[in-house]
Design a protein. Structure first.
Ligand code: NAI
Ligand code: MG
Length: 366
């Protein structure tokens, strides 16, 4: 059966990298229908919503969403750029990424990390970040609300002032949220051949919550007897990710720990130009390069399209085309390793389209 992909190029270098990379699909001859839609800053300026209704309709009838990049700005700047006739209704600006995650309940954020550049030890692991709860659950308070103050005031530092002189943020984790992200981590390991699951938490300090998470982890792990698992302190994971990335398979973490480890993973891999990502839930998904719209680089043909290719590869895998996904992945790797037709960030002088052509040609040869 044919699958529909909603392509939302967005802002800045988003359309540039997707324009350059999407022609790879033509060679693969897959039962895919691409439908283009709008998202991002222009939609906000002219319509008061960065994700217009027609884009939600498109997403609703698609099997996958492929995003380029979107520009987000602080609320005040966003309102200042809004079309004057819309300003009196003063719609709330909410970043498109956050709208997609919330409305589609995309609870898992995946960032695969691999030694594409070569040199040194090969490694291949994946950070799975919980996207809906944890320290980013939205329970972030200043002043400390009355209902919490009796608890907070037990801390000796808090007693030196009142509710106005302290902040409190709650790391919410629920059995519902934990079980689905932990199961997702083990499924990812099983399906994509990662050799182990590591929970990055803080059992040394956050004793009660970490003990509960470990309980849930052990229960889920029982269904995956072939996969070794461990719980490590998040700071140790950071150190080992930098020093010995080959020791990891799937690293799963709550929202804030996962946010930080994901970016560290991008750094380990050699930069934003190479980092793809996926956001997945029961009711939807979107696939996007980790990088943003890079406004200063936009329109100059300098952006590295590799992350966009690798993102397309992740999407093909998800849609059930593993061979096509593998060929895109291998083509990127060949070009990146040869280093002769690569963009500035990898030490070359190629433009976005030159490098993209090199990848597409490498794919045709294999
Ligand atoms: P950015 O990722 O756009 O750029 C950061 C740096 O990385 C820049 O120096 C840029 O030149 C470089 N870079 C990014 N992509 C590259 C590529 N493909 N090849 C080579 N170099 C690359 O992040 P920044 O500057 O913090 O944000 C710019 C805008 O993008 C903001 O409006 C921000 O809100 C938005 N953004 C959107 C994201 C998304 O769509 N998910 C993610 C991150 C930022
Ligand atoms: Mg981040």
């Amino acid at each position: 059966t044919r699958k529909t992909v909603a392509v939302l190029p967005g802002d800045g270098i988003g359309p540039e990298v997707l324009d350059a990379a999407l022609p790879v699909l033509a060679d693969l001859d897959l039962p895919l229908d691409l439908e283009f839609g709008e998202i991002g800053w222009d939609c906000w300026r002219t319509g008061g919503n960065p994700v217009p209704d027609r884009t939600w309709d498109l997403i609703g009838r698609s099997d996958a969403v492929l995003l380029g990049a979107t520009t987000s700005k602080p609320r005040r700047e966003a309102l200042a750029e809004l079309a004057p006739e819309l300003r009196e209704h003063a719609p709330q600006y909410l970043s498109p990424i956050i709208q997609l995650r919330q409305r589609l309940d995309l609870f898992a954020n995946l960032r695969p990390v691999e030694n594409h550049l070569g040199g040194g030890t090969p490694y291949r692991f994946c950070v799975v970040r919980e996207n809906t709860e944890g320290l980013y659950a939205g329970l972030d308070f200043h002043p400390v609300p009355n209902a919490l103050w009796p608890l907070v005031a037990e801390h000796p530092n808090a007693r030196r002032g009142g509710p106005d002189d302290a902040t409190a943020s709650i790391r919410l984790q629920t059995s519902y949220g934990l079980d689905r992200i932990l199961r997702f981590a083990f499924e990812t390991a099983r399906r994509h051949g990662y050799g182990r699951v590591t929970l990055a938490d803080k059992p040394n300090v956050l004793r009660r919550s970490s003990a509960y998470v470990r309980e849930r982890l052990e229960a889920v792990a029982a269904d995956y007897p072939e996969l070794p698992f461990e719980v490590l302190n998040v700071d140790a994971v950071a150190l080992w990710m930098a020093r010995r990335p080959e020791r990891f398979g799937v690293i799963v973490a709550e929202n804030m720990f996962g946010d930080i480890l994901s970016d560290l993973g991008g750094g380990v891999m050699g930069g934003l130009g190479l980092a793809p990502s996926a956001n997945i839930g029961e009711r939807g998904n979107y696939f996007e390069p980790v990088h943003g719209s890079a406004p200063a680089m936009a329109g100059r043909g300098r952006a590295n399209p590799a992350a966009a290719f690798l993102t397309i590869g992740m999407m093909l895998e998800h849609l059930g085309f593993p061979e096509a996904a593998g060929s895109v992945h291998d083509a990127v790797r060949q070009v990146v390793r040869r280093r002769d037709r690569v963009t500035y960030d990898l030490g070359g002088t190629a433009t976005t389209t030159d490098m993209a052509r090199a990848v597409i040609e490498a794919g045709q040869r294999t």
